[in-house]
Ligand binder design. Structure first.
Ligand SMILES: Nc1ncnc2c1ncn2[C@@H]1O[C@H](COP(=O)(O)OP(=O)(O)OP(=O)(O)O)[C@@H](O)[C@H]1O
Ligand SMILES: [Mg+2]
Length: 398
């Protein structure tokens, strides 16, 4: 039987699939063990925040902490947020304390629905009618769930931690009013610790900045790029551990083609292993390039869809960012790509940043780079030929 691919691309990176982050893990696990702590794990998309949260939660559990994990990324109402937390609380605390489930059922209104769930514990939700209830009522239910968790922690004298991934959803679904309400609740809970995380950096900056609901409440913990030399050595080790023989520079090339987002790097490493295994045990630079092109091709429907949502002007800005050698508003670039007046170009670039297609990057020739290296590859391969230009999807220099 072939050995499993040493790079995991679905779900969270755990155990041997997880590398680095020693300091961040220590800080997060410490916060989870310390009642009253309120930590905010913040970082760009696809850097590994959720994986870090899960690893830190495991570590804290081994130290005896009851850790409730709620992922708010799909919540559509404040009631949904309440359900996520209630369900996590019933599953986690119900396992430890037999009276926990009945405590929630007795206290939370308008009603708690319990159905048989996995592992013999009930799956809990707030009454579905609450989703259409007035905002204040939804907030009250969420508050009762959190208060009950805090009261149980105090009564049982055991550390309890609440993890909320993509916590900024509370503002998206409930507006600033729900943000301020959540602040009020979290602020008075000193018997539990809170660990928040999120990737919508603009939104989080507003929520945590002066005048924002979470201003000076949360201790920030930034998760950035894994240090390149460490990452390259790890990629090399993981390949060797399954019997592959990467040529010198293969891991560095994976990094050069993908950039600083953990998931983008691991995705290419994964596909490179697949490509290498098709031919033997050597891993070559050519296979890294072929794997990159294969990922771009595989993601074609996604990028075609993304592209078609943009105006012709924005599309042209993307072509310019993909290959441009100078600032977008320079006369040379505007002439080369027919970009129009500088004000318009600047506005379109800002709109692309707001849509998470581009990120500002002072070190890049145009002042911007693509959020995804694979979207850039797609633009090179599929959209640059519209201008009669042909550049390999793996071209790294702009
Ligand atoms: N510490 C790590 N070591 C190795 N791979 C990692 C690590 N962290 C993340 N990854 C890789 O990145 C992928 C995405 O990780 P994760 O979901 O934790 O990131 P995230 O920052 O929460 O992303 P999102 O912005 O989408 O919420 C994982 O599936 C895994 O392939
Ligand atoms: Mg995440």
């Amino acid at each position: 039987m072939p050995r499993a691919n040493p790079f995991q691309i679905h779900g969270l990176a755990r155990g041997p699939f997880f590398t680095d982050r020693a300091a961040e893990l220590r800080a997060a696990a410490h916060a989870l063990r310390t009642p009253g702590e309120k930590l905010l794990v913040i970082g760009p998309r696809r850097t590994g925040k959720s994986s870090l949260l899960a690893e830190a939660a495991d570590r804290a559990r081994r130290a005896g902490v009851a850790v409730l994990e709620a992922d708010l990324s799909t919540a559509g109402t404040v009631a949904d947020v309440g359900t996520r937390l209630l369900d996590a609380a019933v599953r986690t605390l119900g396992r430890r304390w037999t009276d926990a489930v009945s405590t929630f059922a007795a206290r939370v209104t308008p009603g708690v629905r319990l159905v048989p769930g996995p592992h013999g514990l009930p799956a809990a939700s707030l009454d579905v009618s609450l989703r259409d209830a007035p905002a204040a009522e939804q907030q009250r239910s969420l508050e009762t769930v959190l208060d009950t968790i805090a009261d149980l922690a105090r009564a049982k004298k055991r550390p309890v931690a609440i993890v909320m991934d993509e916590f900024q959803r509370i503002g998206t679904v409930g507006g600033e009013e729900a943000e301020w309400h959540l602040r009020g609740v979290v602020q008075r809970h000193d018997a539990v610790s809170y660990l928040f995380a999120g990737s919508e950096l603009g939104l989080i900056a507003r929520m945590t900045g002066p005048g924002g609901a979470f201003y000076e409440l949360l201790t920030p913990l930034e998760v950035g790029a894994i240090e390149p030399a460490h990452f390259a050595a790890w990629i090399d080790d993981r390949m060797r551990a399954v019997g592959l023989r990467p040529e010198r520079g293969v891991a560095e090339q994976v990094l050069a083609l993908t950039g600083d987002r953990t998931r983008d790097v691991v995705l290419l490493a994964h596909h490179t292993v697949e490509a290498a295994r098709a031919t033997g045990t050597r891993v070559t630079a050519a296979q890294v390039e072929a794997a990159f092109a294969a990922v771009v091709a595989e993601q074609d429907p996604q990028w075609t869809g993304r592209w078609s949502e943009l105006t012709a002007g924005m599309q042209q800005v993307l072509r310019a960012v993909a290959v441009g050698a100078a600032g977008l508003t320079t006369a040379a670039m505007r002439r080369e790509f027919g970009l129009g007046p500088t004000g318009t170009v600047t506005n379109m670039a800002a709109a692309l940043v707001a849509r998470d297609v581009l990120v500002r990057d002072a070190a890049a020739p145009t002042g911007y780079r693509f959020d995804s290296p694979y979207f850039r590859g797609w633009v090179l391969g599929r959209a640059l030929p519209d201008l009669g230009r042909h550049v390999p999807v793996t071209a790294t220099t702009s």
